[in-house]
Design a protein around this ligand. Structure first.
Ligand code: M6R
Length: 352
């Protein structure tokens, strides 16, 4: 049942601390912080193609950045595109990212990769799923069952598992700060759930014409995901893009009635440049919601701030998404939408 929550989606958002603890359990050494995932064996990654659809594709975009940071050539691909026309695949490990492990598009991509002789890995939530059975290896995110059509805890689980994959693939090069941030992750998510003001943000913009989500680096896939969640359950138009794209077109749509959600974590180059974009939309009278760890001064330019605890930049992108999940949820709830079963959509898309 829904354990007292109005919807499975809200229940699953609140299950994230537990789901992430499960994902990490036994995989990060208490002693030296080394990451070991027995299912992966001594995996060596030279070149990685991550194939996925929907929310899982956003996790794949996030994961590709982590692997590239670890010195592994990695790209995220839409599975439905990849299946028809894969790029050169020599020495590639093809990672199917799929909550269900049954998505037809993603299965078509991993099957094509196998046919071409690539090593395949299923990164999935569903033990014994078709993808887990068909791929050479299966890496489970252990999020527990997800009933709501909108993927929530499984996206956080995929992000977390992709961090483990990047660490496991670069033995010896382990990032201790990351490992300790991963250990703190479930508690940090709990803090957001306990203190979020997302409901009042949703209320403030309930009459918006459209919702925009911007971010750079790891916050780019977070912005894509923020927009997908919003459109999927609220039926409102939303668009997410890399903040740098703003002035290459989307800025023409920005008005006083299009709130812009800017995810800005850290205080480096990405933050500085995204703050520049925030000023641009402000000059067009758009309301700004900053999702931030407070390391930069983006809050100064924002109408609302959704806080995330300060942590490792990779983990910050997991936390920021939780705030955006809540904004979508409360927007859809206030609009009276069918949150757990949005119109026209299925939990598992088993036809191409
Ligand atoms: O089971 P999968 O992760 O392969 O599903 C892929 C997409 O259909 C899925 O993520 C979809 O986009 C979600 N409903 C989004 O919330």
């Amino acid at each position: 049942g829904k354990s007292g929550y109005d919807h499975f989606m809200l229940k699953e958002i609140h299950e994230q601390p537990r789901a992430l603890r499960q994902c990490l359990r036994g995989r990060v050494s208490e002693l030296d912080g080394d990451v070991t995932v027995p299912e992966l064996g001594d995996i060596e990654l030279e070149r990685v193609h991550l194939v996925a659809a929907g929310t899982s594709y956003h996790a794949a975009v996030y994961g590709a950045q982590l692997l590239c940071d670890a010195g592994i050539s990695a790209q995220a691909h839409y599975a439905h595109e990849y299946a028809i026309s894969p790029p050169p695949i020599e020495n590639a490990t093809v990672v199917g990212v799929s909550q269900s492990g049954e998505t037809a598009d993603t299965l078509a991509a991993t099957r094509e990769a196998r046919r071409l002789g690539a090593e395949t890995l299923a990164l999935t939530n569903t033990v014994g799923s078709t993808m887990a059975r068909e791929c050479d290896k299966a890496f489970y995110i252990r999020s527990g069952p997800e009933i709501g059509v909108a993927a929530t805890k499984t996206f956080a689980g995929q992000q977390t598992a992709l961090n483990l994959l990047a660490e496991a693939a670069t033995p010896g090069a382990g990032d201790r700060d990351l490992v300790s941030a991963l250990r703190d992750l479930p508690g940090n998510v709990q803090e957001i759930l306990d203190e979020s003001t997302a409901e009042s943000v949703a209320e403030a913009y309930i009459d918006a014409d459209s919702y925009f989500f911007i971010g750079r680096g790891l916050n780019f896939p977070v912005s894509l995901e923020g927009a997908l969640k919003m459109k999927e359950i609220s039926y409102e138009h939303a668009e997410g893009f890399a903040a740098g794209e703003l002035k290459h077109g989307p800025l023409a749509l920005v008005t006083a009635n299009t709130p812009v959600f800017a995810t800005v974590t850290g205080d480096g180059e990405y933050a500085r440049k995204t703050i520049g974009n925030v000023k641009e939309v402000e000059a067009r009278d758009a309301p700004v919601v900053a999702v931030t760890d407070g390391r930069s001064n983006v809050g100064r330019y924002a109408d609302h701030v959704l806080d995330v605890p300060q942590t490792h930049p990779r983990v910050a992108a997991i936390l920021a998404n939780v705030q955006l999940q809540l904004v979508s949820y409360y927007t859809a709830a206030m609009l009276g939408r069918s949150i757990d079963k949005p119109r026209n959509l299925a939990k598992s898309v088993t036809v191409e």
